[in-house]
Ligand binder design. Structure first.
Ligand code: MRU
Length: 352
């Protein structure tokens, strides 16, 4: 179920556009094909596109390795900008590219060939860290899941959306591995169907009980007391705890608040963007209207109808019961608590 793997200087991406029907890999030999794959949703999910872009940077460095040093750095920066521009909302993408660029900039004395190898190692490190971080998120989050719980999730914040294990679904996996019996309700997640195509596929393959529902059924299930908690991922979390995630997440959070159901966001530190005071500053990707007017290539709306397709929304911190990170749980998140957790990391009180 690996969404990405690096072998012999090539990045292989599981083509998530074809799931669950077909399991096929796309081979990327240069940074431009990685950028195309991110843009076209071959790979998706905030941490997964970040890690893919990191490998894209390594590929760019190998492609440019014959250049003189200044030209190498200038063109590496162009690749960095090209990769970052592919999708605007998930900050993990810019975070990963920036991390790679900073490593390249601090290799004084090395030639471009050597820098390319350093970047390859850095991408491998970033990818391995992602899985380790998700396991830590999972272990912290599992404490919030009671034996027998029914969990609602939206979109896919699983192994497919990360390098492995998942954030929200990592919490589910950790709870299951602790012997807890859980049932997951997966919102289908219109219009791109990450819930039905990816979450349902991923959980079924792991034999974790999953029931698919259409997005508009979540309120009814909560009213019927069939949901004990909501667990979602995030694409960008502002300094005050407002969290952007797949479109529809905000509606689920409002419903959860109304029905007194705890609403948890599971996300690594690479998803926080402390440069933004609040969620209203988070750029929201708008995607092609055809995702709504068509279903698997078949038109389901009249010709010429206007369409608006924002791909993410922002859940205000006030609707979030807690954010589950790799360093612990931030209950009722706000600016002070987030700052203090980050401050602790800067002063080495937390593991990296
Ligand atoms: O458009 P996508 O499929 O890339 O959107 C993905 C999501 O919104 C996920 O919930 C989010 O990236 C968290 S993934 C751990």
């Amino acid at each position: 179920m690996d969404p990405l793997s690096w072998r012999e200087n090539k990045l292989f991406l599981l083509d998530q556009r074809l799931l669950p029907g077909r399991v096929e890999l796309v081979e990327c030999r240069d940074w431009r094909s990685v950028a195309d794959c991110i843009k076209n949703m071959v790979v998706r999910g905030a941490p997964a596109i970040g890690a893919s872009a990191a490998y894209g940077m390594a590929l760019a460095a190998f492609e440019l390795a014959e250049e003189k040093e200044t030209e190498f750095m200038t063109r590496l920066q162009m690749a960095a900008s090209g990769l970052t521009a592919t999708r605007p909302t998930a900050v993990n993408l810019a975070w990963a590219v920036e991390r790679m660029m900073n490593v390249a900039k601090t290799q004084a004395g090395l030639n471009p060939h050597e820098i390319a190898s350093v970047l390859e190692s850095e991408a491998n490190r970033l990818a391995a860290e992602d899985v380790a971080v998700n396991r830590r998120i999972g272990d912290f989050g599992a404490a919030l899941v009671a034996d027998g719980a029914t969990i609602l999730t939206h979109c896919n914040a699983g192994a497919l959306a990360t390098v492995g294990y998942g954030t929200a679904l990592g919490v589910v996996r950790s709870a299951v591995s602790q012997g807890k019996r859980v049932t997951v309700f997966a919102d289908e997640t219109r219009p791109y169907l990450q819930g039905s195509r990816l979450t349902a596929w991923e959980l079924s393959r792991d034999n974790i009980p999953v029931t698919l529902i259409a997005d508009n059924m979540a309120g009814f299930l909560m009213q019927q007391k069939k949901i004990d908690l909501v667990l979602v991922g995030a694409d960008r979390i502002a300094a005050n705890g407002d969290a952007a995630n797949k479109i529809g997440t905000y509606s689920v959070a409002v419903l959860a608040s109304y029905h007194g159901v705890p609403f948890y966001v599971a996300a690594p530190f690479s998803t926080f963007d402390l440069s933004l005071e609040g969620g209203d500053r988070i750029p929201i990707e708008e995607r092609c209207g055809q995702e709504i007017t068509h279903f698997q290539g078949i038109r389901v709306a009249p010709e010429g109808v206007g369409c608006y397709n924002p791909s993410f929304d922002v859940t205000p911190a006030g609707l979030i019961t807690a954010i589950i990170t790799e360093d612990g749980i931030i209950a009722s998140p706000d600016k002070e608590k987030i700052e203090s957790l980050f401050g602790g990391r800067r002063h080495g009180r937390h593991q990296d």
